[in-house]
Design a protein around this ligand. Structure first.
Ligand SMILES: Cc1cc2nc3c(=O)[nH]c(=O)nc-3n(C[C@H](O)[C@H](O)[C@H](O)COP(=O)(O)O)c2cc1C
Length: 346
């Protein structure tokens, strides 16, 4: 399947494994890249030098295939992370919220492909003007921070508004989704929840089991993390949780554990706090939310925690390898396209 995305990246399949904090590590990325997709590494929780080691590990295992790094502009020590990404000649940079190069006042290297994630046509147009090579557009169905617009609406809207190729995210887990995305004008799909539930994903098995049992309506939109809407599955004891004020005494401990989770110093934490405040995020919410996320992804404790997941979690019933995910998605899509081929319903 050739599209402008496969040609631009030099990959055989129009499939992206997205960056997911504490989930998409070098092992998951290598498995996705070696299966013919684009894997994106998340540096969440890594120091600058640990990110460098993860990048080198990927380079040593993918034999020249492209890969990406997802960088949140809110990460403490943004500038140093960008320096590592440039020094290590990472082929693709993905980010949300804002352009990290602009924020850090740094030049983007010519040969680095900047492919941000956006949630509407306005953000896509602005990214195109800032030199994006393509955009990942995430619709309402998607896991993690999410757009307010359904994928079926936002994709054609963005495709009409920009010239760069569009990668569709939010609600995709199989070949039917890939065909639908192509029909909407996208040139690849990006999947988060599907790859988080792959064999190579480092998630504790208790969380994987929980997700396999979840229905699509269990993935609800909540402002639980940082005050911005995010699609998550809530743990059993979280149904009544409405925000940090539910348990304000935990805040100082959660601040310290967030600082530990990012392995960072107080100054860098304060820069992150300032940036999040400029976006209107709730800082106490961010601190308690980070700790709840860490509890599920690292410890497998789901009682007083939450896990980001898209509505497609209700369609996912197994834990295949990344290679199986990519192969069967492409095979199913090709089969549907062949069957549909030129036939009109009678
Ligand atoms: C467990 C999980 C963690 C995520 N973490 C991040 C993150 O750290 N940075 C980011 O830009 N997006 C993050 N996302 C969003 C994904 O990158 C992706 O855009 C989304 O999962 C696509 O929707 P889908 O889940 O329906 O495939 C996360 C999603 C999940 C499911």
């Amino acid at each position: 399947m050739k599209t402008r995305i496969t040609e631009m990246l030099g990959i055989p399949h129009p499939i992206v494994q997205t960056g997911m904090g504490w989930v998409s590590d070098s092992n998951l990325v290598c498995a996705s890249c070696n299966a013919g997709g684009l894997g994106i590494l998340s540096p969440a929780g890594l120091t600058h030098e640990e990110l460098r080691q993860e990048i080198r590990e990927i380079k040593s295992r993918v034999n020249g295939k492209p890969f990406g790094v997802n960088l949140s502009p809110a990460v403490p020590g943004l500038r140093q992370f960008l320096e590592v990404i440039i020094e290590e000649q990472v082929p693709v940079l993905n980010s949300g919220l804002r352009n990290p190069f602009r924020l850090a006042n740094m030049e983007k290297p010519e040969d680095l492909l900047y492919i941000p994630t956006v949630g509407n046509a306005r953000q896509a147009v602005s990214s195109e003007k800032q030199g994006a090579a393509a955009v990942i557009v995430q619709g309402w169905e998607g896991g993690g921070h999410t757009s307010f617009i359904a994928t079926t609406v936002v994709i054609p809207e963005v495709v009409k508004a920009v010239k760069i190729p569009v990668i569709s995210a939010g609600g995709f887990s199989d070949g039917k989704g890939l065909v639908a995305a192509l029909a909407l004008g996208a040139e690849a799909i990006a999947m988060g929840t599907r790859f988080a539930l792959a064999q190579e994903s480092p998630l504790p098995s208790s969380i994987k089991e929980k997700c396999l049992k979840a229905r699509s309506e269990d993935a609800e939109v909540s402002r639980i993390w940082d005050g911005f809407p995010q699609r998550v599955i809530r743990g059993e004891k979280m149904k009544r949780y409405r925000g940090w004020w539910t348990a304000p005494w935990r805040l100082p401990f959660d601040f310290l554990s967030t600082k530990r989770a990012y392995q960072t110093d107080l100054n860098s934490m304060m820069d992150t706090v300032k940036f999040l405040r400029s976006l209107g995020a709730s800082i106490p919410q961010f601190m308690t939310g980070m700790e709840m996320y860490r509890r599920s992804t690292k410890l497998g404790d789901f009682s007083r925690a939450y896990f980001p997941a898209g509505q497609t979690v209700g369609l996912i019933e197994d834990l295949p390898t990344c290679s199986e995910i990519i192969e069967r998605t492409v095979a199913e899509a090709e089969d549907i396209i062949r069957k549909l081929g030129g036939r009109l319903p009678e």
